[in-house]
Every structure is written in C-alpha cells, then in structure tokens.
Design a protein around this ligand. Structure first.
Ligand code: 6CS
Length: 336
C-alpha cells in the first residue's frame, strides 16, 4: 500500500466513524439485589437503553462492588457510569438530601407521593446542581415503599425504643430522628445489619416491607411496627463528566429510559407492601405486624418539628430553600 492509499483509507475510516456513534458498555451499580426494587428499575433501564441504542448496560447488584459508599466513590471517579444510591447514604456528600429523613414529611397517600416524585421542583430543579457539585448528574428519585421498624421487642411508643440500639443508614439526620424517637441510633452499612441483629449488637432496624421480606430480616427480629413516619427514597445518578460528554441523542436515550423505568417501578410496586407482609407472615407466623393508631403515632409525630429544625442546621447551605420547595411541592401534590 502506498503512502497515499494509507492516508485515503484512514480518512475514509474517520469520515465513516464520525457519523456512527460508538457502541459502548456502561456500568450501573445499585444497592439491592437484581430482583429487588432498585434491581427491577435497573433491569428496565437496561432494557430500554439497549432497545433504543447500540450501547450495552452492565448491571452490578449489591455486594458485587462493595457497599453503598464504595459504589458512590466508583461513580464519582468514573469507574461506573451509573449508580443508584439512597439519600440515606448521601448525607455527608449532599447534606441537603437529608431532608428525606424529616419524619412525616412525605405523604402516606400513594397517589400524592407519586405525584410529588414526578413533579417536584425540589427534585427536578433544586437538587440537580447540588449533585452536580459532587460530579453527579441526578437522573431521578423514586419511592421504594413505606418504611417499617422491625425489632426484637414490640414497639407501641417511643418508651419502647428506650435503650434499643437501632440500626440506621449512615445519615446524620436519620440518627437525630431516631434519637428523637427515643432509640439509640446505630449507623451501619447494609451488609452488617443481619449479623448485628443475629448477635444482639443491635435490636432493631427500619426498611420497606419488600426488603424486610427479601433479606429475611424477620428471621432476626420478631415485631414489625408501622408508625407511618416515612417512605424510602432512592436516587439514580450518572457520572457527570461521562453524561456531559455524550451526544444529545444518547442523553435523550438515557432520559427516556429513566422515564420508562420510573413508570415501570411505580406499577411494579402496586400491592408489593401487602404481598411482602403476607409472605413474612407465612414464613414466620409468630411475627407481629402492628399498625400504630393515630394516638400511638402522636408522640412520634411530635418529634417532626425538632428534626426539621435540626435539618436546617445540618442540611447545608440550601437547606431552607430545599425544605420550602419540598413543602410547596407536597402541597401541590396534595391539591392534585
Ligand atoms: O437499609 C439499607 O441500607 C438498604 N435499604 C434499602 C431498601 N435499599 C438499599 C439500602 O442499602
């Protein structure tokens, strides 16, 4: 081959290459197993991206790349392109995200809750720049179900949590919230919870029913208490540098896939809480499942104002703006 033909061939390859997007493999890690809620969301996202582009998504469920803190570091450094991490572990990184741990802030009404997540200005406009400062493109937040306490002793009020070492995610405001509930909060990464309950290092933890069932938390606790104090929120993010470097076409594929996965995961969770509680009851008939009455909830609810105050102190520079916007969004969701 002459020098001229080599040049011509290379130029042609470059010209052809310029029009066609390279098929890449993108890595996506999450904090749960493949068949749990975050895994279902990720699978739907993968299906959509792969159906609408030449790219491939490689999924990494909980345990394959470490704990929540590890996958976040990997996403920030660009080893991972996508990550699902709950604000429960993002507290130190984005203090404003702790707002999700003000008790009784999110509505228990399912329709209002979904409307809030879909339309929230706080989520869609105020949070993205805060995530961006940490090198993350916030793609969506979605709810994973009513949070319930599972304990070794029955709970009907804050007095029953006295001296109870209660595992919480590693989030300072969640720690404050459980202090206000009367417990001794013990922040731990997820991988240590089953063993800590089994050995008696802790005597309680909180999570949505599907997770209590799938991770067999009922084997190491005896009572489930529904105080109605929260719904589990999670967030899906991309590495910002990676996302900004994509073509507009690829960014659209991603945002459409996120929208489709959001709709899917809301439908998927329809009836999931009750199904999961029924499975728990079947697996362990002696497990008590108690929904606290309004009267019993009152002392838990009474802590909300002080935890909100604490949020304003430790929730970062934008705490007040986030809280105000969240409240406005929640009002809008309640008005339908
Ligand atoms: O409690 C936790 O740490 C875990 N709970 C859920 C529902 N998802 C992931 C998280 O690590």
């Amino acid at each position: 081959m002459t020098r001229r033909t080599i040049f011509a061939t290379s130029a042609l390859a470059l010209m052809l290459g310029a029009g066609a997007a390279a098929a890449d493999t993108w890595r996506y890690a999450f904090e749960e197993a493949m068949e749990e809620v975050q895994g279902k969301f990720a699978q739907k996202f993968k299906e959509e991206v792969e159906a609408n582009s030449d790219h491939e998504i490689q999924l990494f469920p909980f345990g394959t790349l470490g704990e929540s803190a590890d996958i976040m570091e990997q996403a920030q450094s660009g080893i991972l392109q996508f990550v699902d991490q709950s604000p429960g572990f993002t507290g130190a990184l984005i203090p404003e995200a702790q707002v999700f741990f003000v008790p009784y802030l999110l509505p228990s009404d399912e329709e209002q809750l979904v409307s809030f997540f879909r339309n929230s200005k706080a989520i869609n406009e105020l949070f993205p720049p805060l995530y961006a400062e940490q090198g993350l493109e916030l793609l969506t937040m979605f709810p994973e179900g009513e949070v319930m306490m599972t304990t070794t002793e029955a709970v009907s009020g804050p007095a029953d949590l006295d001296e109870v070492k209660f595992r919480v995610m590693t989030n300072p405001l969640l720690v404050e919230s459980y202090k206000a509930f009367g417990a001794t909060p013990t922040p731990l990464p997820w991988g240590e919870v089953y063993g800590a309950l089994q050995t008696g290092i802790i005597q309680g933890q909180e999570n949505p029913a599907f997770f209590i069932e799938s991770t067999k938390m009922y084997e190491v606790t005896d009572h489930i208490t529904r105080a109605g104090h929260n719904n589990f929120t999670t967030a899906v993010m991309a590495n910002k540098e990676f996302f900004d470097g994509l073509s507009e076409e690829d960014q659209t594929v991603i945002s459409n896939a996120i929208d489709a996965a959001f709709d899917y995961i809301i439908d998927y969770q329809d009836g999931l809480t009750e199904e999961s509680l029924a499975k728990i009851q079947e697996a362990k008939p002696s497990m008590t499942i108690t929904t606290l009455s309004e009267e019993e909830r009152a002392p838990f609810k009474a802590t909300a104002d002080s935890v909100e105050q604490e949020f304003l102190e430790i929730g970062g520079e934008q705490a007040q703006a986030i809280l105000d916007q969240m409240k406005a969004d929640l009002e809008a969701a309640a008005d339908g």
